[in-house]
Design a protein around this ligand. Structure first.
Ligand code: VAH
Length: 314
């Protein structure tokens, strides 16, 4: 059985559905700090910083895989650095320890392009540069990756991880990240509103369409153990674009769409991150290849969001 933390989040909510389909609804225990009243399937409220609470769920449900998605993201994390560190690390240690003690088969831990700092090549960023993250979130993810590797080396725990780019999907909303604008912009476009962007127009960042992010996660977790050569976290690429480029892609569908730029504190975070990612290891080890580019994504985002907003008004 599978335990997923952060199941109410942007990625967690979509990954939960995918895992339910793959393993059966009754075999996925979805958990989140916040209750999910209309959840389809097995849901339990869980504070992942509470070791006893995780242990109880693992034992009672005979869990053998854990997807640990609960975390505070980059922009939100800067509001309270020590609390962010505490939550992100404590929850990870709880997951690693419970996995070691109860013989969990596989653990998935999401890392992020936030682990790279501004002292590395920002184009085609390699797998193993010197990591000098600039946010507390990035520091927690780069440390977390190394802890995953440590548990693998020391205890043989099968921890697998991806450095996700910004994830863009129609199924859910992000919360507290620096890449959130790229989801919000589609919602504003579909609602025929003007978009005010918190990054300046030429800030290129690595991004990935939700469907690709989910497919990468499943492919990594399904890969034979001996294929996994990276035990910290795999670089993963989808596409790269700036606010101006995503705006132009949307304008092909909505010619009257308008944008203005009002960079805030998140600009500094974005400027410290890579523009594009070299994901050769993922391609070689488990056959990764993204399927979506910007225009293809824009088409689907707009079509799906139009359906959602139409349904909401009926
Ligand atoms: C954030 N979306 O902006 C997250 C991510 C690509 C960075 O980890 O914080």
């Amino acid at each position: 059985k599978i335990l997923i933390t952060g199941a109410g989040g942007q990625l967690g909510s979509v990954l939960t559905k995918e895992l339910q389909q793959k393993f059966g609804v009754q075999n996925v225990i979805a958990t989140d700090l916040l209750e999910k009243p209309n959840f389809m399937g097995h849901f339990e409220q869980l504070d992942a910083t509470d070791y006893k609470a995780i242990e109880k769920i693992v034992v009672e449900n005979k869990i053998n895989q854990i997807y640990h998605l609960a975390a505070i993201l980059s922009a939100k994390g800067e509001e309270n650095p020590l609390k962010t560190w505490d939550i992100n690390m404590k929850s990870l240690f709880n997951v690693l320890e419970v996995s070691r003690l109860y013989g969990i088969d596989k653990v998935f831990y999401p890392s992020s392009i936030a682990v790279f700092g501004d002292k590395i090549p920002r184009e085609n960023t390699p797998q193993n540069p010197n990591l000098t993250p600039t946010t507390v979130y990035g520091i927690s993810k780069s440390s977390g990756e190394n802890w995953g590797n440590y548990y693998f080396e020391k205890y043989g725990l099968d921890v697998r991880s991806l450095r996700y780019p910004g994830i863009i999907g129609y199924q859910s909303l992000p919360g507290g990240g620096t890449t959130d604008y790229a989801v919000d912009i589609y919602h504003k476009a579909v609602k025929k509103e003007k978009f005010s962007c918190f990054l300046e127009k030429n800030t290129v960042l690595p991004m990935i369409f939700m469907n690709d992010a989910i497919r990468a996660t499943v492919a990594l977790m399904d890969a034979p153990k001996e294929n996994i050569s990276v035990r910290t976290s795999y670089n993963l690429a989808g596409m790269s674009f700036s606010p101006k480029e995503i705006f132009e892609s949307i304008k092909k569908i909505y010619p009257n769409f308008r944008i203005s730029y009002k960079p805030d504190f998140r600009q500094k975070i974005a400027s410290s991150w890579p523009q594009s990612i070299n994901d050769t290891n993922a391609r070689e080890d488990w056959g990764w290849k993204p399927a979506y580019n910007l225009d293809r994504m824009s088409k689907i985002m707009i079509q799906k969001l139009e359906e959602q907003y139409k349904l909401a008004t009926i």
